[in-house]
Design a protein around this ligand. Structure first.
Ligand SMILES: NC(=O)c1ccc[n+]([C@@H]2O[C@H](COP(=O)([O-])OP(=O)(O)OC[C@H]3O[C@@H](n4cnc5c(N)ncnc54)[C@H](O)[C@@H]3O)[C@@H](O)[C@H]2O)c1
Length: 329
């Protein structure tokens, strides 16, 4: 069997790190991207195909031409807050776009897929200390809905289409390639660590903490931060698993550390590591922010033999800071 992987959305943040990891592991990687949020200087594949997720014929030709054995699908609109204001493009790109990709895979006879899902499919599971994959999907915004819908589609397509699929549910992706080849460059940026780093760089006047009265040790929200290079190795493990898998099937797998850091801990870590001071304001809670979101990461270890190696807060912040400083110079 070929070892070529089509990485749809491979010019983006998590995709570009995954392409590097695939190539390091001896896979061929073809990047397919429309550059709506990706970066041309973050394409590290053996080949680059510029194209739209909705272009089923172009995708089919790409799968056939490059003898693709497995697809990793990162391409999506990703901003949960924006999805509340303008839900339709999220359903169009994330759901209809994935249907187009599945049709192309069907036409080209490719049955193996790793799908970028998210902890947002869990919604606000009050009280659950760790989130196992067995919890019901219960998203609270159109972005999470779009990912949960695709998971349902994948599940339902298994028997009819012989699909072998894994949905990797990422917790908070963060950090950057340790060699500085790629990193986080979302526009607009909404993720905490790059925002705090921008404040440390003086690009942002202050950092807002939304809610200091949560039922957590320091009153601020706790999230499970996972280094993007650990996410990348999780994809390599998922591809290897699917290539060895004979029987059709679908399973969701969390990629997180099983531990959490609070907003204040992140801010303190950035201050300590960068040696920079910046203003912090304490604001009211935002609606829909759960106090804790922490993965139960057991299944990823059991099924994929994966565990995070770079996801301590020091390494995450150090790598993210080094990339941000390099990008500025
Ligand atoms: N960043 C996170 O913390 C996080 C957390 C959970 C899940 N995810 C999921 O991981 C995936 C990747 O996230 P990211 O942070 O790397 O985002 P990103 O925006 O950096 O990457 C997405 C890539 O997909 C491409 N793309 C988008 N729509 C496309 C289309 N219609 N046709 C072709 N290419 C298209 C973009 O140009 C970009 O290169 C997304 O599916 C996202 O929902 C991300």
């Amino acid at each position: 069997m070929s070892k070529n992987v089509l990485v749809v959305g491979g010019a983006g943040y998590i995709g570009s790190h995954t392409v590097l990891a695939l190539r390091d592991a001896g896979f061929g990687a073809v990047v397919y991207d429309n550059f709506s949020s990706g970066h041309r200087d973050a394409c590290f594949g053996d080949a680059l195909v510029e194209g739209e997720l909705s272009d089923t014929a172009h995708l089919t030709r790409t799968l056939e031409t490059h003898d693709i054995a497995c697809v990793i699908h990162f391409a999506a609109l990703i901003e949960a807050g924006q999805s509340v204001l303008t839900p339709l493009p999220f359903f169009e790109n994330n759901v209809a776009g994935t249907l187009s990709l599945l049709a192309a895979m069907n036409a080209a006879g490719v049955s193996r897929l790793v799908f970028s899902s998210t902890a947002a499919v869990y919604g606000n599971q009050a009280g659950a200390p760790l989130l196992p994959e067995t919890l019901p999907r219960d998203p609270i915004n159109p972005y999470g809905d779009s990912k949960a819908m695709v998971e349902t589609v994948l599940e339902r397509c298994v028997p009819a289409h012989g699909l072998r699929a894994i949905a990797l549910r990422y917790f908070n992706a963060s950090g950057a390639d340790a060699e500085g080849r790629t990193g986080e460059r979302h526009d607009p940026e909404t993720h905490l660590i790059p925002l705090v780093i921008e404040a440390a760089q003086g690009k942002r006047a202050q950092i807002r903490i939304y809610g200091t009265d949560y039922d957590t040790p320091d009153g601020t929200c706790i999230r499970d931060y996972i280094h993007v290079s650990d996410l990348a190795s999780g994809h390599v493990a998922a591809v290897s698993h699917l290539l060895a898998q004979e029987a059709p099937g679908f399973q969701p797998i969390n990629l997180g550390t099983g531990a959490g850091q609070s907003v204040r801990e992140v801010i303190d870590a950035v201050r300590r590591i960068t040696g920079r001071e910046f203003a912090v304001s304490e604001d009211p809670r935002r609606p829909g922010d759960p106090a804790r979101l922490i993965a139960d990461a057991t299944r990823a270890g059991e099924v994929l033999g994966w565990r995070p190696r770079h996801s301590d807060l020091e390494t995450i912040v150090r790598d993210a800071w080094a990339f941000a400083e390099r990008a500025r110079s």
